[in-house]
Write a protein that binds this ligand. Structure first.
Ligand SMILES: *Cc1c(COP(=O)(O)O)cnc(C)c1O
Length: 489
């Protein structure tokens, strides 16, 4: 790891580059429980082999998501104590507004209760039925809101984006030629905005480059289309630009974030990822855009100076945004992910490379290549990994997909197990434990079998659907675990 000193030069914290060094200490701790594997199998059965239905009391490391479960700083919790409770005109809101303006340079600011609420308002304000919205990749809630308002999404990622093994530094880039084709096909009048998502969540937290963003801006300017930036993971995208795009090595986080904002007409984010644990923001420098959205905030969220957030959350957000400019605060999660990905890749375990933001993604399709996609290899891997480690990951494969009208499954592009790295939450020894257990599971992967549905909801089936193992593979896997690990947990 390296750091920019006051003169802008890169300095090394230590010799070598293999230890992701935390520049913070832990001052509040929460006890965790690692239950015996027999208890974990019971919990897995109760949860219908769906990690969303597991309880944290049965979970050792909760790597389900980074949303709303990042560690707070001492300054954030301190700020929460001086929150100014008021329905309207709260000083807490003023502090947060000043931070948003400082970071993004956009003076028209709307508060919302979380990221999807911003997407609801933006989609209602700008999308007409029949419209087309090009984007580097979709996020689940974004797609749902756009489609609810009659829009169609077009994902114009580059060929590199879906490759598991790659050393491309910016797999989140938009394909400029494909963007031009989409604009030619539907016309600028049918495209209310181009959406860019920083650190594209669903394809492994992969960033786009500033160069790519400038090219998108150029195309957008020619066509007269505005750019909407989903900045929920902008801290990490800016960090990767600083690390991987040579002309930005010496720039500060603030300058990079501001440049990304300046290239956008409208910026929104979920504060559950970016800065604190709740809330969200929409901001723009264009009053005409602001006017089109403003009246929906009191209607759907709350008054214009709280937008559904508590004043404590607003204070935490203000400090969290400030800390986004601090390399030490931002680099912890991406450098832990990078450490994990490099080690796992070095052990020959199939993992998405290079490491990105928010989590590591194991390629379940090749990890469990003996399980057909119709038996949900990613779901099976998440279940098996929980069973042998107590670590809860998330299925991002065909279980998270949908059924077609003819009743058949729409197979996912890639079968992934995502292990999220909530910011500043885990220690390196816990990450080593995760690697060690994953390695054991890889050696014993032939013991893992597939899953089938027990209760399948019609919409968003991955949230509350229940599955069951095909055969008695969980018992056989547990028996092998006991024979290798003895009485240990
Ligand atoms: C989480 C997320 C959202 C939605 O935000 P919520 O606060 O969960 O509603 C939107 N976009 C991206 C990129 C996200 O990661």
């Amino acid at each position: 790891m390296s750091e920019t000193n006051q003169n802008g030069a890169m300095v090394k914290f230590y010799r070598g580059n293999n230890i992701p060094l935390e520049l913070h200490k832990v001052r509040v701790v929460q006890k965790l429980h690692l239950n015996p594997i027999e208890d974990r199998l019971r919990a897995l059965r109760e949860a219908g082999f769906n990690s969303f239905l597991l309880k944290t009391k049965d979970t050792f490391l909760d790597m389900l998501t980074d949303s709303g479960c990042n560690a707070m700083s001492d300054r954030q919790t301190a700020a929460m104590m001086i929150a100014d409770d008021a329905y309207a005109g709260s000083q807490s809101y003023d502090r947060m507004e000043a931070k948003v303006l400082e970071l993004f340079g956009k003076q028209f600011i709307l508060p919302v209760h979380q990221g999807r609420a911003a997407e609801n308002i933006i989609s209602r304000a700008f999308i007409q039925p029949g419209d087309h919205i090009p984007m580097n990749y979709h996020f689940t809630t974004t797609k749902a809101h756009i489609e609810l308002n009659g829009g169609t999404i077009h994902e114009i990622y580059t060929d590199e984006a879906l490759k598991i093994k790659s050393d491309h530094p910016f797999k989140g880039n938009m394909d400029i030629e494909k963007l031009k084709t989409v604009i030619n096909e539907f016309g600028a009048e049918g495209i209310p905005f181009i959406r860019l998502e920083a650190s594209t969540n669903l394809i492994g937290g992969q960033p786009f480059s500033m160069k790519n963003m400038r090219q998108v801006r150029e195309v957008a300017n020619k066509a007269g289309i505005m750019i909407v930036l989903d900045a929920s993971l902008i801290g990490e995208n800016a960090w990767f630009i600083k690390q991987r795009e040579s002309e930005y090595h010496h720039k500060g986080m603030g300058a990079i974030i501001r440049e990304m904002s300046d290239l956008s007409d409208l910026v929104y984010f979920s504060a559950r990822k970016l800065s604190s644990s709740r809330g969200g923001i929409i901001c723009t420098a264009r009053e005409d855009l602001y006017d089109q959205m403003r009246d929906m905030v009191p209607l759907f969220e709350g008054f214009l100076t709280y937008g559904g957030m508590s004043v404590r959350e607003i204070e935490a957000m203000a400090v969290g945004l400030e800390e986004t400019l601090d390399n030490h605060m931002i680099c912890q999660s991406p450098s832990f992910i990078d450490y994990f990905v490099r080690k796992v890749d070095g052990l020959g375990i199939p993992v998405v490379t290079p490491g990105g933001a928010l989590g590591a993604h194991i390629d379940a399709g090749s990890f469990l290549s003996h399980i057909p996609q119709t038996q949900y290899p990613a779901g099976a891997l998440v279940s098996a990994f929980y069973l042998i480690s107590g670590i809860r990951g998330m299925e991002r494969g065909t279980v998270s997909s949908v059924r077609l009208d003819d009743g058949s499954d729409l197979p996912a592009d890639i079968e992934l197990m995502r292990l999220a790295f909530p910011r500043r939450v885990f220690t390196l020894s816990q990450i080593e434990y995760a690697i060690d257990r994953l390695c054991w599971l890889y050696e014993n992967r032939q013991l893992v079998g597939g899953l089938e549905w027990e209760k399948e909801p019609k919409v968003l089936r991955f949230f509350v659907g229940r599955l069951k193992p095909i055969g008695d593979w969980p018992e056989r896997l547990m028996a092998k675990f006991r024979s290798d690990f003895g009485e240990s947990l």
